[in-house]
Design a protein around this ligand. Structure first.
Ligand SMILES: [Zn+2]
Length: 123
């Protein structure tokens, strides 16, 4: 029973593509989804505050209770919660991963971009 974790947008259009991508590419049975509107903005900009802390707490539940060792962080086209161009969102995703690596040095991180056709691409 293997888990991985994704920090993803709450947008309903990206849930199934991202979950399926991670199951196919990591061979995991389950994907714990941590969703907020545009979480890459939160993780890249706010290193303090309740929204950031909430995401960190949920990652801990996934890693400590489910043994997840891979955390994916995803941004997507047409994000209502983080309406930034693709280039900016990809930079936010990489910065978010940097911040998470400092807090979770033993874990593996993957950045993802979901395009206008809802296809998933690794960064
Ligand atoms: Zn979004």
């Amino acid at each position: 029973m293997a888990f991985c974790t994704v920090v993803n947008c709450m947008d309903g259009r990206v849930q199934l593509p991202v979950i399926k991508y991670l199951m196919d590419h990591l061979g995991v049975d389950y994907v714990d989804s941590i969703t907020d509107p545009g979480p890459i903005r939160i993780l890249s900009e706010e290193k303090k505050g309740t929204a950031f802390a909430s995401i960190i707490n949920r990652i801990k539940i996934s890693t400590e209770k489910h043994g997840s060792r891979v955390i994916a962080v995803a941004g997507h086209h047409d994000c209502a919660g983080n309406p930034m161009p693709e280039k900016v969102q990809k930079e936010q995703t990489l910065k978010a991963i940097q911040h998470l690596k400092e807090l979770f040095p033993g874990l593996k991180f993957i950045g993802l971009w979901v395009d206008e056709e809802w296809k998933v691409h690794p960064l």
